[in-house]
Design a protein around this ligand. Structure first.
Ligand code: SF4
Ligand code: SF4
Length: 569
């Protein structure tokens, strides 16, 4: 069964009206890689009638009225990335291509899509069912945040979109509780994983600095120090075991940020992935043209969620959480076996991974009991001895997948953390052997991001010694298997703390030790809710309070990249 996207499809299911309508900035790709598809499938599985309107025309009410008004709520998402990131490059140019839009042209996703869709709904439906924001854009803009595109702090997006509720993170638990409460007319305000506006904070809430104080023009330096304090409080309250309710004054009201929902455990994630995803673009969207993203995500397996990497430029922990939870091998084998029955499957599984491929199947026990350490990183400056690193579950999983009849190749396309391989004294070598022999599609992705200790410290990334050791082991394994395969390195230019001289040293390192001119170089973009964005905005190092150099000039940022790629003029 397709998720209904038209009134005819809804009526064919015997539904006279939807309970929930989800509105998305992406075409509807019915795979578990799409948050919209997951939320729709989870709600339908729980007995709710759900329709999806993908990429509605914001200039006319016709699209948004297609399914009629939902009985319970509208769910609004910009899509699987922030719409400003999707629409513009790090240098501020408009992107022409959009892999999540049929036909591939970037013509269907408005800037600040969560706000645009909320406005569209309100103008087309009066009175209007509650509007619930979700997805990455809403999740990472849920409190006062720096916005690179307007170069200022913005209020929590709930206020700018004038929405009623915001659901953050991986939202299956929260959305079912919320839909049930709205159906039953019960109070939803204590549900974990959501934000709402209120006239006063709950008695036990931790108060964040007010939006007005954070944007006070009278003392910008004090306001920036206050922003760092706010971000620290926010980051320290994202663990489902230890977090407290947060409250932030915004204009005359308060943003209430409930503690996160607990991550789904193995059996629960398995259940999500067992839902009847078609692995296709919905026919209504497919009729508008090919959706390139389908090629990347179809026949790729997500083995786990969450990441304890703690990289300063990455917001994954703010969205998926710092505790890794994983699917059972049986669930992954079942999904892959399903692929073999799909007419488009050519026997190749393109990826088995998650935010980082080799965090599957092990986690520090204390996180579930007492929560992750607030004062320590799990992988920085080195792998925490309490982390029971083992690649054995992933070795077994990959073997089980490649033994499925009809599967010819199983690749690991997600990046891996070399430091974890080196820290695994029992199984690291066997993992590398299996990986190089069977699971590298020509190139294996690594993300050292930089070589310079000062920059790496601000990035929260390990030093280059481990990288070089990993590389020599990888090359030795590949040689032993008679395979010519490579490592691809990802680097960041113009990260806070990074000077032109740092980039020149990185370039020397790449040429001397890696023997290449890197091609995978991103110019740092200060996206909402990362530590690196906090450095960018405040110009301060949160560890020491000392000023941090930040390259904000567009041409100089491009120059940093060009130094590394060899395109400097
Ligand atoms: S290891 Fe990867 S996913 Fe994890 S925090 Fe770092 S960049 Fe993000
Ligand atoms: S004990 Fe180590 S691995 Fe566990 S949460 Fe703390 S820092 Fe992370």
């Amino acid at each position: 069964m397709d998720i209904p996207c038209t009134r005819a499809e809804m009526l064919a299911l015997g539904w006279d009206e939807p309970d929930v309508v989800l509105v998305s900035g992406d075409a509807l790709i019915d795979t578990p890689h799409s948050g919209t598809a997951v939320i729709a499938r989870v709600l339908i599985d729980a007995g709710f009638r759900v329709g999806v309107i993908a990429q509605p025309d914001t200039q006319s009410p016709d699209d948004i009225r297609r399914l009629g008004a939902p009985r319970l709520f509208w769910g609004v998402t910009a899509g699987c990335v922030d719409s400003m990131v999707a629409n513009t490059t790090a240098s501020g140019r408009r992107r022409r291509q959009d892999d999540f839009t049929p036909g591939g042209e970037n013509t269907h996703r408005p800037d600040r899509a969560s706000i645009a869709y909320s406005n569209l709904i309100r103008s087309a439906f009066r009175p209007c069912a509650p509007i619930v924001l979700g997805g990455v854009e809403a999740s990472l803009r849920r409190i006062t945040h720096y916005d690179f595109w307007t170069e200022r702090l913005r209020r929590p997006i709930l206020f700018d979109a004038k929405a009623d509720i915001l659901v953050y993170g991986m939202a299956e638990r929260t959305i079912i509780s919320l839909a049930s409460a709205l159906r039953d007319g019960s109070d939803w305000r204590s549900i974990r994983g959501l934000c709402y506006a209120a006239s006063a904070p709950p008695a036990d809430a931790v108060c964040l600095p007010a939006f007005a104080a954070l944007t006070d023009p009278a003392d910008p330096d004090a306001a920036k120090r206050l922003f760092l304090k706010m971000f620290r409080l926010f980051a320290d309250n994202q663990d489902s075991v230890t977090a407290r309710t947060l409250a932030q004054p915004v204009d005359l009201r308060w943003l209430i940020h409930n503690p996160p929902a607990a991550p789904l455990e193995t059996g629960e994630i398995d259940r999500v992935y067992a839902l009847p995803f078609t692995q296709n673009v919905h026919p209504h969207d497919a009729a508008r043209g090919a959706v390139r993203a389908l090629d990347t995500v179809r026949f790729s397996l997500t083995s786990h969620r969450g990441c304890y990497g703690g990289c300063a430029f990455c917001a994954i922990a703010m969205h998926q959480g710092r505790r890794v939870t994983w699917r059972s091998s049986g669930s992954l084998v079942d999904e892959a076996t399903g692929y073999t029955r799909h007419p488009a499957f050519k026997g190749i599984i393109h990826d088995v991974g998650g935010p980082t491929a080799n965090m599957y199947g092990f986690e520090c026990a204390c996180k579930k009991r007492t929560g992750a350490c607030a004062d320590k990183d799990c992988l920085f400056p080195s792998v925490c001895p309490s982390l029971p690193v083992t690649h054995d579950p992933q070795i077994r999983l990959l073997k089980a997948l490649r033994e499925i009849p009809g599967v010819r190749k199983v690749f690991v396309g997600s990046g891996i953390r070399p430091d974890l391989v080196l820290a695994d004294t029992r199984h690291g070598e066997t993992y590398l052997d299996a990986l190089t022999a069977n699971h590298v599609s020509g190139q294996l992705k690594l993300a050292p991001e930089h070589s310079e200790p000062g920059v790496l410290r601000l990035m929260r990334k390990p030093g280059i010694e481990g990288l070089l050791e990993f590389r020599s082991r990888f090359e030795a394994c590949s040689r032993a298997h008679g395979l010519k395969q490579f490592l691809t390195y990802y680097f960041i230019a113009a990260h806070p703390g990074c000077t032109e001289a740092d980039m020149r040293r990185l370039s020397d390192f790449a040429h001397t030790h890696l023997r290449l001119a890197p091609e995978q170089v991103q110019i740092f973009t200060p996206t909402p809710s990362t530590w690196a964005t906090a450095f960018w905005w405040t110009g301060l190092d949160p560890d020491t309070g000392a000023p941090v150099f930040v390259e904000r000039r567009t041409r100089e940022r491009q120059k940093q990249k060009d130094i590394l790629t060899g395109e400097e003029r």
